[in-house]
Design a protein around this ligand. Structure first.
Ligand SMILES: Nc1ncnc2c1ncn2[C@@H]1O[C@H](COP(=O)(O)OP(=O)(O)OP(=O)(O)O)[C@@H](O)[C@H]1O
Ligand SMILES: [Mg+2]
Length: 604
C-alpha cells in the first residue's frame, strides 16, 4: 500500500503546501477568542515598552552629557521610567505567555483526540500495514509541533515583526533615511538568508525524522517479539539490525548538525556586518556634530535589542519548519480515508431474531488476489451454521466481512434483508459478538478485560459471565482473583484461559448474532465440552456462525458449509454430508481415524 509510506505524507521541498497547515489550526483558536485577544493586547504593550527603553536611554545620556551638574531631579525620573519600561517589557511578555498557554494546550488536546478517533475509524488493513511504534512517534511529534507553532508563530514571529516596524518608525523620525534603509536591508537579507538555508536543510531534518522512526519501530517490534528472539537466540542479529538503523540515524543527525552550524554562522556574519556599518555611520555623524552621544547609544541599543529576537527568528523559523513537517505528517493520518464508511443515510440495525445471508460474495484483501468466490449461504433466525475448510480457505475472512472490517468486492451480506453497507457500523457491530481466532487482551486485570464486553456491567454480571465461560475455578486459584493483570497482549495467561476470557466478555455483551472463530481450539476436551454446553444454551436464542477445525464440535449444527479455496463446495447437515460421501465425509473420516489413533496411543 504505497500511500502509507512516510514519504508520501510529506510534500517535496519547493512545493510548500505546508503553510496551509497554519490555517487548519485556526479553528482550534476560535474556542478561546477572548484569551487570544487579551494575549495580543499584552503583546502590544510589552513591545511598546521594549521600543521605548533605548529612547529613554538616549534622553538620559543626552541630559547627563549637556547638564551633568543638575544631577538629581529630572534624570532620576528618567532613570525610574527607564527601569519601569524594562520591567514592563518582560512582565507583559510573561502575562501574554500565561494567558496563551491554555489556548495552545487545549488545541493540542483537541487535535490529539481527533487523530486518535480517526485512527480507530480507519480500516483494519491500515493498522496491519502500519507500524505502531512509528505511528505513536508521529502523533507525539505532531502535537508537540502544534504547541510550538502556536506559541512561537503567534508570539515570537509576530512580535519581532511588530518591533522591527516600531523601530523603523523611530529611526525614520529621528535620523536620516540611511539608518532606516541599512536596518531594513539587514533584516531583509537576514530573513532571506535564513529562509533559504533552512529550506535547504529541510531534507536533512526529514531524513533524520525518518531514520528516527525506523529505528524506533525496529526497537518496538523487536521487543514485542521478545520470546521469538529468545527461541532462536537472535539477540545479536537484532542488535546488529538495530545498530544499522541507528548508524543511518547518526549520519542523518550529523548532516543536520553541520547544516545548522552553517546557518548560525551565516546569520551571525550578517548581524555583525550590519551593526558595524551602522556604528561607523553613527560615529561619523557624532564627530561631525549631526548626532548627539545619546543618539549613538540609542542606535546601538536598538541594534542589540532588534537582532536578539531576530537571532531567535532564525531558530524559530527552523523549528516552525520542522513543526510544520511534523504536523503535516500527523494531519496526513487524518487525510487517510477510512475505506469502510457509513453510507450517507445509513440506518440503525434493530433486530432480535436476525437472519444473516451471504449472497454471492466475492472478496479479496488486495485486487490481485481474490480470496472468496461467489460465497452464498443463509443463517436463519436462531440457527447455528458452521463453516469448515482447510487453513487459508477464507473462513475467518467471512467473519471479518460480516463484522464489516472490510467491504465485499462483489455480492452482498444481508441482515434481515438489509445490506450491511446501508447500516451504521456502530449498530451493526453492537449486534454481533465475536470470539476471535487469536484473542488479544488489554494489559489490565481479568475483571477489566471481561467487563470490556459491556462497560458499566455490574460485578455480579461479570462474575456470572466468567462462570458460564468456565473461568471460576481458574480465577479462584489466583491469589489476586479477578484483579490479576494479564500482561501485555494477555501473554501472562494461557491460550485456553485467554479464549475463555474472550468468551466471557462476549457473553457479557450478549448480542443477537454470535461468531465463534475456533473459539475453543486451545481447550482440553473436558472444558471444551462444558463450554459448548453453556454456549449452546446461549446460542439457542441467537443466530450463530461457528468456524471450527474439530468437526466433532459442530456435528449438531443446523447446516455445515464446506469452504475450499474461497468457494462453497458442499453444505448440509452432518448426516446428509456424510451420506453424500464428498469432501466433508473425507475430512470426517480423517479426523475420526486420527482421534482413535490418539486414543489407542494413549491406552498403550
Ligand atoms: N489482511 C490480509 N491481507 C492480505 N491477505 C490476507 C489478509 N488476511 C488474510 N489474508 C489471506 O486470506 C486468506 C484467507 O484467510 P483466512 O484468515 O480467512 O483463512 P482461514 O480460513 O480462517 O484459515 P485458518 O483456518 O488458518 O484460520 C489467507 O490465504 C490469508 O493469507
Ligand atoms: Mg481463521
Amino acid at each position: 500500500m504505497p500511500a502509507l509510506r512516510p514519504s508520501s505524507f510529506i510534500s517535496e521541498p519547493g512545493v510548500r503546501p505546508n503553510w496551509r497547515v497554519v490555517l487548519s489550526l485556526l479553528p482550534y483558536l476560535k474556542e478561546f477568542r477572548g484569551r487570544v485577544m487579551l494575549a495580543f493586547a499584552f503583546l502590544t504593550i510589552a513591545k511598546l515598552a521594549t521600543v521605548l527603553v533605548p529612547l529613554s536611554l538616549k534622553y538620559i545620556v543626552d541630559y547627563l552629557d549637556e547638564t551633568p551638574e543638575a544631577l538629581l531631579t529630572i534624570p532620576l525620573a528618567l532613570l525610574l521610567g527607564y527601569g519601569l519600561l524594562r520591567f514592563s517589557s518582560t512582565f507583559f511578555g510573561e502575562l501574554r505567555d500565561a494567558v496563551f498557554a491554555r489556548v495552545a494546550e487545549r488545541a493540542m488536546r483537541r487535535v490529539s483526540l481527533r487523530v486518535f478517533e480517526h485512527l480507530h475509524r480507519l480500516d483494519l488493513n491500515f493498522h496491519l500495514s502500519r507500524r505502531t511504534g512509528g505511528l505513536a512517534r508521529d502523533i507525539e511529534r505532531g502535537t508537540n509541533g502544534i504547541s510550538f507553532l502556536l506559541r512561537f508563530m503567534v508570539f515570537n514571529i509576530l512580535p519581532t515583526l511588530l518591533e522591527i516596524g516600531m523601530v523603523a518608525v523611530v529611526l525614520f523620525i529621528a535620523f536620516s533615511p540611511g539608518f532606516v534603509l541599512t536596518v531594513i536591508g539587514a533584516v531583509v537579507v537576514y530573513i532571506a538568508f535564513s529562509v533559504w538555508v533552512t529550506e535547504w536543510r529541510t531534507r536533512f531534518v526529514r531524513e533524520a525524522n525518518t531514520m528516527d522512526n525506523r529505528s524506533n519501530t525496529r526497537a518496538v517490534d523487536s521487543l514485542l517479539n521478545f520470546e521469538t528472539v529468545k527461541y532462536f537466540g537472535n539477540e545479536g542479529f537484532e542488535a546488529e539490525r538495530y545498530d544499522r538503523d541507528l548508524e543511518a540515524w547518526e549520519a542523518a543527525r550529523m548532516k543536520n548538525r553541520l547544516s545548522l552550524a552553517a546557518l548560525n554562522s551565516g546569520q551571525a556574519f550578517i548581524i555583525a556586518a550590519a551593526v558595524t556599518v551602522l556604528m561607523i555611520m553613527a560615529a561619523s555623524q557624532v564627530v561631525s556634530g549631526d548626532m548627539s552621544l545619546g543618539d549613538l547609544v540609542m542606535i546601538n541599543a536598538y541594534m542589540i535589542q532588534l537582532f536578539m529576537p531576530l537571532n531567535f527568528l532564525g531558530f524559530v523559523y527552523r523549528e516552525i519548519r520542522e513543526a510544520l513537517i511534523n504536523i503535516e505528517r500527523m494531519f496526513g493520518l487524518l487525510e487517510q480515508p477510512a475505506r469502510v464508511e457509513d453510507a450517507p443515510h445509513a440506518r440503525e440495525l434493530r433486530c432480535h431474531w436476525p437472519r444473516v445471508e451471504f449472497d454471492n460474495v466475492d472478496f479479496g484483501y488486495k485486487p490481485d488476489r481474490q480470496i472468496l468466490h461467489g460465497v452464498s449461504f443463509t443463517i436463519e433466525p436462531g440457527e447455528k451454521v458452521a463453516v469448515v475448510g482447510a487453513s487459508g480457505a477464507g473462513k475467518s475472512t467471512l467473519a471479518r466481512l460480516l463484522f464489516r472490517f472490510y467491504d465485499v468486492t462483489g455480492g452482498r451480506i444481508l441482515i434481515d434483508g438489509q445490506d450491511i453497507r446501508d447500516l451504521t457500523q456502530q449498530s451493526l457491530r453492537a449486534a454481533i459478538g465475536v470470539v476471535p481466532q487469536d484473542t488479544v487482551l488489554f494489559n489490565d486485570s481479568i475483571h477489566y478485560n471481561i467487563a470490556y464486553g459491556r462497560p458499566g456491567a455490574s460485578n455480579d454480571e461479570v462474575r456470572e459471565a466468567a462462570r458460564l465461560a468456565q473461568l471460576s475455578d481458574f480465577i479462584h486459584r489466583l491469589p489476586d482473583g479477578f484483579e490479576t493483570v494479564v500482561g501485555e497482549r494477555g501473554l501472562k495467561v494461557s491460550g485456553g484461559e485467554k479464549q475463555r476470557i474472550a468468551i466471557a466478555r462476549m457473553l457479557l455483551k450478549d448480542p443477537p448474532i454470535l461468531i465463534f472463530d475456533e473459539a475453543t481450539s486451545s481447550l482440553d476436551s473436558a472444558s471444551e465440552q462444558a463450554i459448548l454446553e453453556a454456549l449452546n444454551a446461549v446460542a439457542a436464542r441467537r443466530t450463530t456462525l461457528v468456524i471450527a477445525h474439530r468437526l466433532s464440535t459442530i456435528m449438531d449444527a443446523d447446516r455445515i458449509v464446506v469452504l475450499d479455496h474461497g468457494r462453497v463446495v458442499e453444505s448440509g447437515r452432518h448426516t446428509a454430508l456424510l451420506a453424500a460421501d464428498g469432501s466433508y465425509a473425507a475430512l470426517w473420516q480423517r479426523q475420526q481415524q486420527s482421534s482413535s489413533a490418539d486414543r489407542d496411543g494413549a491406552s498403550e
